[in-house]
Design a protein around this ligand. Structure first.
Ligand code: FEO
Length: 411
């Protein structure tokens, strides 16, 4: 049994919740699950927007039965081919063999490659429209938000956008689907985590996509994951958050991410954090990288404008957990951060040099001198930590622009 969820006139939610999977993309934790959203527009012609993960096809098909009654589906619009949204495709086509699949040229290539489908595909271009009756769909190609074939579909009449992964969140939909039916508090951080983990490399393409909608009024956002956004203040907040994140703008806050084998490096991190707090920074997050999950570390790093990384020298390199973080940030092409760094060693230090090279490569604004602690915290290293923490605090609390490649002296 299923009571159809009507988002607005003739637009129905037919997505599913996944509370079984532990890791999204077999990588990112899902402590509160995830939803795979799909939508039906019931008009003279019936359009389905995206499908769901293959594991949930039976529930999905049951929902379609309820919403469609004795009708069939005329069009399946594929905004995104990643299997969490296209997985149910072949089984869907078995049941509704006359469906015309609507996508762009890159979608067509992936349909052939993933599912060996090349028949009954309607290839659209950017700006094309498809009339369903009372609703007209307009297609906006938005490549690399998150894959090259990604696009968004807009209903001109109701000003509803089906945005694919954009504006999506981790977390299942526990009861309500539309923001007005649920408490959205939980989803804001999960939107940052989803963006930073999944889409975060593609700030430029996200900016391009947002610009396409500059003069397009949006009343309702229907993403492929998480709540449907309809409340005007939420729609504004969602778009503003994406604009900020894709511009690599962080809030006033500091992430200190470090590795530490026996706690000596951690003591240096504690001293830096305490100094930053004493200088007025209220948003400070410390991550022991041997314990914190990378997904949440990245989320916090995208959230705040300042980052300090510390690492012991290990096998003449960075500590492995720190190396993983550094590699990930490099892969994601993170930009526009105040950056401080410190290291420790017992007999020969290389970690500080490696972190300095990383800062240069990432074109961060380096703040204060790095600290290279030999063996354990003494008064000299403690004072250096206080100086780094307080100098970083001044930068964070200032309204200065972050200047790529600049080095700001210790204050
Ligand atoms: Fe939700 Fe890029 O897939």
């Amino acid at each position: 049994m299923y009571n159809p969820i009507e988002i607005n006139e003739n637009l129905f939610y037919v997505g599913v919740n996944d509370r079984t999977k532990s890791l999204f993309e077999n990588l990112w934790p899902l402590p509160k699950g995830v939803s795979y959203n799909s939508y039906v527009i019931r008009d003279e012609k019936i359009a389905l927007i995206d499908t769901v993960d293959i594991c949930y096809t039976d529930i999905f098909l049951n929902k379609l039965d309820v919403v469609l009654g004795d009708k069939s589906i005329d069009y399946l619009v594929i905004n995104h081919m990643e299997p969490d949204h296209s997985g149910a495709l072949n089984i869907l086509l078995n049941k509704y063999p006359t469906i015309k699949i609507v996508g762009n040229a890159r979608t067509a290539d992936m349909l052939k490659g993933y599912y060996n489908i090349s028949e009954n595909v309607q290839v659209i271009k950017d700006g094309d429209e498809l009339c369903l009756g009372k609703n007209t769909l307009k297609f906006f190609l938005t490549p690399m938000v998150h894959w090259p074939e990604t696009m968004m579909t807009y209903i001109n009449e109701t000003k509803t956008v089906f945005s694919g992964d954009a504006f999506g969140t981790f977390g299942s939909l526990d009861g309500g689907v539309v923001d007005s039916q649920l408490n959205p508090d939980f989803y804001w951080d999960e939107m940052v985590r989803y963006y930073s983990n999944i889409v975060g490399k593609y700030g430029g393409p996200v900016q391009k996509a947002l610009r396409k909608f500059n003069d397009v009024e949006i009343n309702t956002i229907c993403p492929t994951h998480g709540p449907v956004w309809t409340e005007p203040e939420n729609v504004k907040r969602v778009i503003g958050l994406y604009d900020k994140l894709s511009n690599y703008e962080g809030d006033k806050g500091l992430v200190i991410a470090y590795g530490s084998m026996y706690g000596n490096t951690e003591q240096l991190a504690e001293a830096i954090a305490a100094a930053a707090a004493a200088s007025g920074v209220r948003n400070i997050v410390m991550h022991n990288l041997s314990k914190s999950n990378l997904s949440y570390v990245i989320q916090d790093i995208y959230k705040y404008k300042a980052l300090i990384i510390g690492s012991p020298t290990y096998d003449s390199k960075l500590y492995p957990a720190v190396q993983t973080l550094v590699n990930t940030l490099e892969n994601k092409n993170l930009k526009n951060r105040y950056f401080g760094f410190f290291g420790s060693h017992s007999w020969a230090g290389t970690s500080v040099r490696i972190l300095g090279d990383f800062a240069d490569k990432m074109q961060f604004e380096k703040v204060c001198s790095p600290i290279d602690m030999k063996q354990s915290l003494n008064e000299v290293f403690y004072e250096e930590a206080v100086t780094l923490g307080s100098t970083m605090a001044k930068k964070i609390l200032s309204d200065d622009e972050i200047v790529p490649n600049k080095t700001t002296d210790c204050i």
